[in-house]
Design a protein around this ligand. Structure first.
Ligand code: AMP
Ligand code: GLY
Length: 438
C-alpha cells in the first residue's frame, strides 16, 4: 500500500514509525512531516491544514490510504473530500469530527445517549450566560465551544472568574469563532485517563489507555501546554473499569453517532475523569492524542495498516486489535520559553545512538544544510518526545530520562516528574467514606 500521513508532530512521527513496520506498506509520505519522519518516509511540503494541497498530493502520488493525524483537517472535511475522490482515508468525516470540533455537540450526544458527563449549559448569547452566573456562584468550567488548540478551557472558582472567562470568549474573541458559543460545565474532580478505541462505524476495538501531563512545570504548575509527557498503559486501569467505560461511554456514543447518520470511523479518544460517581467524559477528540500516541502506538501489536483499513471499510469484527501491556513513558523536550515565544534553529546533539529500550519521536525539528553536511535543528516549541519502555513504569521512566540526558540543544526544557507516580497522588476509587459507590 502507498500511504500518505497528514501532520508534522510527534504523533505523526510515531504513526510513520509504526506504519513503516507494516507488512502491507510499499511507499510512505508525510505532509509535511519533520526531520524524524524523513527517516521512514518522504516529506511532502504541504501543510496539514491545506486541504486542497493534500488532495492534490493524494491524487498525484497516487496513494491507497491517507492517515489524518490532527483535528483541523478532519474538522475541515478532508476525509469527505478524499472519499468523494475514491481515496480511502483513516479518520472521521467532518460531521463525525464534530465530536471534538463542538463541545456542545459532544455533550448533547452524551446527554441523549445517557453517557456520564458533567452537568452543562450552552450559551450562544453573552447576556444569557452572565445572567445564569448571577444565580450560580460556585466553581465552574468555562469552555469555548469550538477548536481552540487546547487553550479554550478555564477552571473558575467563582462567578466573577467565570464571567471574566465568558467575556474573554464572547467579547474579546480570545478564541475567534470557536468562542462564539460557550459551555459552562460542572467542575468535576478525580484522576484523568485518556482512552483510545479504533472504530469502524459500528464496532470498537479493545481500548488502549494513557495519561498525559498538560502543565509546563513539575507538580502540575505553570501554564497549559500541548502536553509535556505521557505514559501508557494508564495506572488506575482495570478490566472492570474497561468494561464499564465500554458499556457506559464508548459503545453508546459510537451507536448514537451511527443512529444519527454520522457513523464514526477512525480513533475515538475520550478524556475521562475518574470521579467518586464513576468515570465521566471531559471531552472527546476525533484522533489520536499527542503526546499519548508516542507511548500508545508502540503498544499496538496488530498490523497498523490492516487495522486502519478495517476501520475505513467496517471490518473490525474480523480484525482483532491487540495491545501489548509493556510500559512506556514519554518525556517531551521543548524550546525554552514554550508555550509562549521561543527561538529556533539550535542544533540538536545526541540523537544518533540506537537503543532498543528507547524511542525518539521528533516534532519541531528540521534539517539544516551547512557546507556539505546536514544537521538536525530545532524548528518549533515542541521539539522531541523521548520514550523509554520497560517491564514496569518505573523502569520505562528511568530509561526515558537516561536517554533524554544524552540529548541536548540550547535552552532545552523538560519536566522531571513524568511517570513518577510516587510524587503524584493518583488514587481511585476513593475510600468508602468519600462515596456512595460500591
Ligand atoms: P478539555 O480540553 O475539555 O479536555 O479540558 C482540558 C482540561 O481541563 C482537562 O484535561 C481537565 O483537566 C480540565 N477539565 C475539563 N473539563 C473539566 C470539568 N468539567 N471538570 C474539571 N476539570 C475539567
Ligand atoms: N494530549 C491531549 C491531546 O492530544 O488532545
Amino acid at each position: 500500500m502507498k500511504v500518505l500521513i497528514v501532520g508534522s508532530g510527534g504523533r505523526e512521527h510515531a504513526l510513520a514509525w509504526r506504519i513503516s513496520q507494516s507488512q502491507d506498506l510499499t511507499s510512505l509520505w508525510v505532509a509535511d512531516g519533520n526531520a524524524g519522519t524523513s527517516q521512514f518516509a518522504t516529506n511532502v511540503p504541504v501543510k496539514p491544514d491545506d486541504v486542497d494541497g493534500i488532495l492534490a498530493s493524494a491524487r498525484s502520488l497516487p496513494v491507497d490510504l491517507v492517515v489524518v493525524g490532527p483535528e483541523i483537517p478532519l474538522a475541515l472535511g478532508l476525509v469527505d473530500r478524499l472519499t468523494a475522490l475514491g481515496i480511502p482515508a483513516f479518520g472521521p468525516t467532518r460531521a463525525a469530527a464534530q465530536i471534538e470540533a463542538s463541545k456542545s455537540f459532544a455533550l448533547e450526544i452524551m446527554r441523549d445517549a445517557g453517557v456520564p458527563c458533567p452537568d452543562f449549559h450552552v450559551f450562544r448569547d453573552q447576556a444569557d450566560a452572565l445572567t445564569f452566573l448571577e444565580k450560580h456562584s460556585g466553581p465552574l468550567v468555562v469552555k469555548a465551544d469550538g477548536l481552540a488548540a487546547g487553550k479554550g478551557v478555564s477552571l473558575c472558582q467563582t462567578a466573577e472568574e467565570s464571567a471574566a472567562a465568558v467575556r474573554d470568549c464572547m467579547t474579546s474573541g480570545a478564541f475567534g469563532d470557536a468562542g462564539k458559543t460557550v459551555v459552562l460545565e460542572e467542575m468535576l474532580t478525580g484522576p484523568e485517563v485518556s482512552v483510545f478505541a479504533f472504530c469502524d462505524g459500528e464496532r470498537i476495538s479493545e481500548l488502549a489507555t494513557a495519561c498525559d501531563y498538560k502543565r509546563l512545570e513539575d507538580g502540575g504548575r505553570g501554564p497549559n501546554t500541548g502536553g509535556m509527557g505521557s505514559f501508557a498503559p494508564a495506572d488506575l486501569w482495570s478490566p472492570g473499569l474497561a468494561e464499564e467505560v465500554n458499556r457506559t461511554i464508548m459503545l453508546p456514543v459510537v451507536q448514537a453517532m451511527a443512529e444519527r447518520g454520522t457513523p464514526y470511523h477512525g480513533v475515538l479518544y475520550a478524556g475521562i475523569m475518574l470521579t467518586s460517581d464513576g468515570p465521566k467524559v471531559l471531552e472527546f477528540n476525533c484522533r489520536l492524542g499527542d503526546p499519548e500516541s508516542q507511548v500508545v502506538l508502540p503498544l499496538l501489536e496488530s498490523d497498523p495498516l490492516q487495522v486502519m483499513m478495517a476501520c475505513h471499510q467496517g471490518g473490525l469484527s474480523k480484525m482483532p486489535v491487540i495491545w501489548s501491556s509493556k510500559h512506556h513513558a514519554g518525556v517531551v523536550m521543548v524550546s525554552g520559553g514554550y508555550p509562549a515565544s521561543y527561538e529556533t534553529g539550535f542544533e540538536i546533539s545526541g540523537l544518533d545512538q540506537e537503543d532498543e529500550d528507547t524511542l525518539i519521536f521528533h516534532a519541531g525539528t528540521a534539517f539544516e544544510q551547512e557546507g556539505g553536511t546536514s544537521r538536525v535543528v530545532t524548528h518549533g516549541g515542541r521539539v522531541l518526545t523521548v520514550v523509554g519502555r520497560g517491564d514496569s513504569l518505573a523502569q520505562a521512566r528511568v530509561r526515558a530520562y537516561d536517554r533524554l540526558r544524552q540529548i541536548s540543544f540550547q535552552d532545552a526544557f523538560y519536566r522531571t516528574d513524568i511517570a513518577d507516580l510516587e510524587t503524584t497522588e493518583r488514587v481511585w476509587p476513593p475510600g468508602p467514606a468519600a462515596t456512595g459507590r460500591s
